[in-house]
Unconditional design. Structure first.
Lengths: 215, 1049
């Protein structure tokens, strides 16, 4: 019953962040500078992603628990809620499979860049809504730091593979400071949920890379 | 709850409207009746102008209108005349006229219709009372909406310039909602006209967010002029104005992020283009209230307090969801326990308890502002979300120079309200100093130190009150209060005196101000050892001569650092002059750990008294300790850890004179007396038949453990193994007790005892400390010797008398007796056996004789010899053994009648009484008798072998010789057994002769008493005695008993 049928394509109603930067990165520039060995950074990134994966569901559950009913009701799920500023992790297997390493990495890179900014936003939102909940705030902060760490690791991989690193972009754009509490709660839900999905996807991406570039 | 309340409101609206409709109808009905009556009076016919009506909208002009006659055509002229003092008429081409307001009272109005066919005239009476005051329809100048607060603002002009002053106006405003214009609110608003046009404002807060539905507002008025006596009516409703929201494409819920009071009602609505399926607040679903289009609302009543992130309200739409969050909480409570104090007179700390939680956090939390009234300064509370103590808040306020009195007001505010608290303080009286730091101790001298510490604060204008805690090891702590002038540089020093030299002290300090408010916390502790000082007095000394008198032993005590004891004589004095000769040793018992010694005041003793003491068991000179007591004392409680209960101590009291110490008293004492640990050793000194003399020894002092107070002596009858004296204290009647309180007594004679009885004796010593152990002994008293003698003598005397009498009788009648019982028998002179016997008597043992001579049973010789037996009788008594051979040798060859009859088989036969009896022959018995006695009295046997051993047959004449042990027996024998002895008697002999060992003893006794060695005679004499002996054995006394007593002694 908590399965929300609605589809909110633009909860925050801020403008779409233009053409996805990842499209720019579709060109796998075969850099003449041959990389040394990408196995090390890949392994590091993979380990971090696996570690992050263990905490994502806890983060989501903790987040929902502090938002009150119906968010905190058992089995709450609203898969249709999306944020225009955050690329969804869900992708059809066929498309995902067709992606090359550079595309996968730049998709993930873009997503985690957006996630770090969104996690910061969610942390600020929750400081207003749940100032007396240090556990939640700490988990949001930790998730953001890990996402940043993974970003660094992926940049190292891309360097090793000779791929161009996409420039850091302000994915959030104009922050909707006037967002209502309900919108903030939904936004936080989408961010923590997508953080989990993107982490899962990153684990798969990196596993694939790891197999391709064994140590 | 919510569901029910949500659905109830529409019915209330319906009721309200119905009621209003009813009242309108009644009013109209009464107006109609009035008009009808007026017409009926004033115009009876329709041929003349009729139905004159006058109204006014400003009280200054009246608008009158009438109806022309039915036949009058269009454009007919009329003349309207007012009949008053100056009749005024108006020519009109219409049927209405505006005339100035007429004065009060009736006015006659004449209306003449000027028709082509003539004129018709009607007259009316016009009075102000018949005039209706109907104000002009008002107009809403402006209608605006504040959507965030769901407030409508209405603005209109009252057109007051057209009315006389001081008219009251009632405005009625209606608010309609939705396109169907449902009346949701009808309110009245009163104003007063002041002769000028004025714009009025009115605001209304909608329960339903204004975004959710179009709201319409209309207004009308009612002028209530008291001077006007006519009929007053409401104006017409103004044209409605509306407010509406331009919906966005996305569904949206209103209101957003609203903060409301717990328990209040609130309506949420969802503006949506699509159908809303359901709505819920938290997890509770609510019934939908449908508005225009797809918009819906829900009404929540009595909302409960929210979580920190608010209460979620969610609307489910066809393929979407939208929601809002509401924060239900409380306005701030009045700040409680507001208190302001300072640590350092630089900064004021005001703290308070916020009281009831508001339930609102983050941006909605209560904000506090501390305002100081005199200086006009204020500080705002900066909320630290991770507060150490949520239940207590505090604010810092920088002190204003030269201001001591502060008037603080603390304002609390949150979205739901505000509150405040006020406090007026003199800050110099509210100083709670910091904890003193850098606390140090420095020596001045051995009895004084300087304490220094740091106490931050601007205390230059006030005095500080500090408390110093001085703690000496193993001593009660001392608190000293000192007042110090405050200084600006925060460093303080103070001297502390009256300390003991070379002593470890622990100091700490805390401070307050002279106008005490609170003590600071204690500073850290500082331990300090004061410096050493010269001893204030010499050691305490004592001296004694050694036991040989050649050496003087000097004792002294080392003072513990400082002693407040009195000062004794500093110089040595002459050794003690002992004066023991006329001193008596006294006794004393202490209490608990000490012993109290008292004495009489002696003015001769000028210096002091000394009490020395010692364990009495130690050899002299002995000194455990001593104590000096001032000369004016008459008692001293001597205490020492060395004292042990049950140990005897010697105390000596010396008095001091100029020439030296003199022993005044010698006391032995115990700190506590205990019971002796041993029993006195005691012995039985003497025993008689009826008394026992007991003697005992002293108990050593070490084992006595107290002053001996006496002995308890218990005695009772009893054998060793059956001691019943288990419980001596039970006072059993058969236990006799003697309490010997004379401790010098060392013997005790117990009299009135029974002879020959075992007694159980118990002796124990006792002190005030209790009874010592017991020592017991069993003693048997001696027999009563007089009784014994009597008991022996009486039977003997009786037996002698009887024997004498019998002898005399026998002697007198001897001829008769002889004739009767012992007729003469011829003496067998040629008997070989006799000769044989003779040789036997001379030679060796009797058995040998029997062996040599196989008997010839067919050769029997009978000899008859008259012997001189009285002579033999005498000799045998005198010398029983030695003379036996002679006598027998002399007598036997002549006198003995020997019947040699032996079965050939029996040689060296060992006596067997049973077998003998079985044999049943007389000859055998004779042999047995001899063999029986053979080992027991050999000398006799040798002598008696001849008569006994050779005895086969014994001549009766010889029997009296053997039976001469006692006269009576001999005479008996003479009478009864002399001569021929009947065989039948042999059995009795046989039964008696193999007697028990006891009878053997008695036999030997008889020997010692000088009994004859003759067996035969013994056989007659002893058996009666033998029969007696068992009886005497079990009776009161006997030989055996008598002698058995001896070993006991």
């Amino acid at each position: 019953m908590n399965e929300w049928a609605g589809r909110v394509r633009d909860l925050t109603s801020f403008p779409l962040p233009g053409p996805l930067c990842l499209l720019m990165l579709l060109l796998p520039l075969l850099s003449p500078a041959a990389p040394i060995s990408p196995a090390g950074p890949i392994s590091q990134a993979y380990s971090l992603a696996v570690y992050m994966q263990k905490n994502t569901s806890t983060l989501l559950q903790t987040y929902l628990q502090y938002q009150g009913s119906p968010f905190s009701d058992p089995g709450f799920s609203a898969p249709e809620l999306q944020l225009s500023s955050l690329p969804p992790a869900a992708v059809s297997f066929k498309i995902w499979h067709a992606l090359d390493d550079g595309e996968r990495l730049s998709h993930a890179q873009g997503a985690f860049l957006a996630l770090t900014q969104h996690l910061q936003l969610v942390g600020d939102d929750q400081s207003d809504l749940n100032p007396g909940s240090p556990i939640l705030l700490a988990q949001l902060g930790a998730a953001r730091l890990r996402a940043q760490g993974l970003l660094g690791n992926m940049a190292a991989i891309m360097t090793a593979l000779g791929l161009p690193i996409p420039p850091e972009e302000d994915t959030l754009g104009l922050v909707p400071f006037g967002a209502s509490a309900f919108e903030r709660k939904c936004r936080g839900y989408v961010v923590t949920r997508e953080y989990g999905h993107w982490t899962d996807r990153a684990v798969r991406d990196l596993a694939l890379l790891k197999a391709k570039y064994p140590a | 709850m919510d569901i029910y309340l949500c659905s109830k409101r529409p019915s209330w609206l319906v009721d309200n409207r119905r009621m209003r409709t009813t009242s309108d109808f009644q009013w109209l009905l009464s107006a109609f009746v009035l008009l009808y009556l007026m017409n009926h009076v004033n115009s009876q016919r329709k041929e003349t102008p009729y139905d004159l009506k006058c109204t006014t909208n400003n009280l200054q002009t009246w608008d009158c209108s009438w109806k022309a006659p039915s036949e009058a055509g269009h454009g007919t002229l009329s003349e309207f005349c007012i009949d008053n003092r100056s009749r005024s008429c108006y020519q009109l081409a219409r049927t209405n006229i505006e005339i100035p307001a007429l004065s009060r009272g009736d006015h006659e109005i004449t209306i003449r219709s000027l028709q082509d066919a003539g004129s018709s005239t009607s007259k009316f009476i016009l009075n102000e009372k018949n005039i209706s005051l109907i104000p002009d329809t008002p107009e809403i100048l402006n209608l605006s909406a504040d959507f965030s607060t769901s407030t409508l603002h209405v603005k209109w002009n009252d057109k007051g310039s057209v009315y006389p002053r001081h008219s009251n106006v009632i405005w009625e405003i209606k608010i309609l909602r939705k396109k169907s214009m449902e009346l949701v609110k009808l309110v009245t608003h009163n104003t007063t006209l002041n002769g000028k046009d004025a714009v009025h404002h009115w605001s209304w807060v909608s329960d339903l967010p204004l975004e959710c539905a179009t709201h319409y507002v209309g207004i009308r008025c009612y002028v209530d002029n008291l001077l006007f006596s006519g009929h007053k009516e409401w104006s017409d409703w103004s044209p409605v104005k509306n407010v509406s929201w331009t919906p966005a494409s996305q569904p949206k819920v209103f209101p957003q992020d609203k903060v409301i009071l717990v328990g209040s009602d609130i309506t949420f609505c969802c503006v949506s283009q699509e159908k809303v399926l359901s709505a819920q607040i938290g997890s509770t679903y609510c019934p939908l209230i449908h508005l225009d289009g797809e918009n819906v609302a829900i009404k929540i009543r009595n909302i409960s307090v929210s979580d920190s992130s608010g209460t979620n309200v969610v609307f489910m739409i066809e393929d979407n969801v939208c929601g809002t969050v509401v924060f239900a909480g409380y306005p701030p409570d009045t700040p409680q326990k507001l208190n302001c104090e300072t640590h350092d007179l630089k900064e004021i700390i005001c703290s308070w308890n916020p009281g009831r939680p508001t339930g609102l956090v983050g941006p909605r939390n209560t904000s506090y502002t501390l305002f100081e009234g005199f200086s006009g300064k204020y500080v705002r509370f900066k909320r630290v979300e991770v507060s150490t103590n949520e239940s207590y808040h505090q604010l810092l306020f920088q002190m204003v120079p030269n201001q001591e009195i502060y008037n603080f007001t603390l304002y609390a505010r949150n979205p739901l309200g505000r509150s405040q608290s006020t406090i007026l303080v003199n800050i110099t009286e509210k100083v709670y100093p910091h904890t003193p730091t850098s606390f140090k101790v420095k020596d001045i001298n051995s009895t004084a130190v300087i304490l220094s510490w740091h106490l931050p604060g601007s205390f230059a204008k006030i005095n500080l009150l500090c408390q110093i805690e001085i703690k000496k090891i193993n001593s009660v702590q001392e608190l000293r209060n000192v007042t110090i002038k405050g200084v600006e540089n925060s460093s303080y020093r103070i001297a502390v005196g009256k300390l003991n030299p070379y002593t470890v002290y622990t100091f700490r300090i805390r401070c307050s101000t002279e106008t005490f408010w609170k003590w600071s916390k204690w500073s850290n502790k500082k331990q300090h050892l004061t410096t050493e000082a010269i001893p204030s007095k010499g050691p305490d000394t004592w001296r004694e001569w050694s036991s040989d008198g050649k050496n003087l032993i000097i004792y002294w005590k080392i003072w513990a650092f400082f002693s407040e004891a009195y000062k004794g004589p500093e110089d040595f004095m002459n050794p003690i002059s002992l004066a023991l000769h006329d001193l008596q040793t006294e006794q004393a018992v202490g209490m608990g750990k000490g012993i109290l010694l008292t004495w009489h005041h002696d003015p001769n003793m000028t210096c002091d008294y000394v009490i020395k003491w010692c364990n009495s068991s130690r050899s002299e000179p002995c000194l455990m300790d001593w104590r000096k007591v001032p000369s004016n004392s008459t008692e001293a409680l001597i205490q020492s850890d060395q004292f042990r209960p049950g140990v005897r101590y010697n105390f000596f009291l010396y008095g001091c004179r100029n020439q030296g110490y003199q022993l005044l008293r010698s006391i032995i004492g115990y700190i506590e007396e205990l019971a002796p640990i041993v029993a006195p050793n005691f012995t039985v000194e003497d025993t008689s038949a009826d008394s026992i003399l007991v003697k005992w020894e002293d108990i050593p002092v070490e084992e006595l453990r107290g002053f001996l107070r006496g002995y308890l002596f218990y005695f009772e009858k009893g054998e060793r193994d059956t001691s019943k004296m288990r419980d001596l204290e039970s006072g059993r009647s058969d236990i006799k007790v003697k309490n010997i309180t004379d401790i010098s007594q060392k013997t005790l004679r117990i009299a009135d005892l029974q002879g020959k009885t075992s007694y159980h004796l118990v002796l124990r010593a006792y002190t005030d400390g209790g009874m010592g152990p017991e020592k017991s002994m069993f003693v048997v008293t001696k027999e009563n010797s007089v009784g014994l003698i009597i008991a022996i003598l009486i039977p003997v005397a009786v037996a002698v008398i009887v024997g004498v009498v019998t002898s005399i009788l026998c002697y007198r009648k001897r001829e008769w007796i002889k004739e009767t019982f012992y007729p003469d028998i011829p003496n067998p002179e040629n008997c070989k056996a006799l000769q044989f016997q003779k040789s036997v008597c001379e030679g060796s043992g009797a058995l040998k004789t029997l062996e040599m001579n196989p008997c010839t049973p067919n050769n029997v010789e009978v000899l008859e010899t008259r012997s001189t037996f009285p002579k033999i009788e005498d000799t045998e008594i005198i010398s029983p053994v030695a003379e036996c051979p002679e006598d027998s040798s002399d007598a036997e060859p002549e006198n003995h009648v020997v019947v040699s009859y032996c079965p050939p088989i029996i040689e060296e036969e060992i006596p067997n009484p049973a077998g003998d009896e079985a044999g049943g022959t007389s000859q055998v018995i004779y042999i047995d008798v001899q063999s029986m006695y053979q080992p027991q009295a050999k000398p006799e046997e040798e002598h008696e072998k001849d008569p006994g051993g050779g005895a086969g047959y014994k001549p009766q004449m010889h029997l009296p010789i053997n039976a001469t042990v006692e006269d009576i027996a001999a005479e008996d024998d003479l009478d009864k057994t002399a001569g021929y002895r009947p065989q039948a008697n042999v059995n009795t002999w046989n039964l008696v002769s193999p007697d028990s060992p006891r009878s053997t003893d008695s036999n030997s006794e008889i020997v010692s008493f000088g009994s004859p060695c003759s067996i035969n005679s013994r056989q007659f004499l002893i058996p009666p005695k033998d029969e007696d002996s068992p009886q005497s054995n079990g009776g009161g006394w006997s030989f055996t008993n008598f002698f058995q007593n001896k070993p006991n002694d």
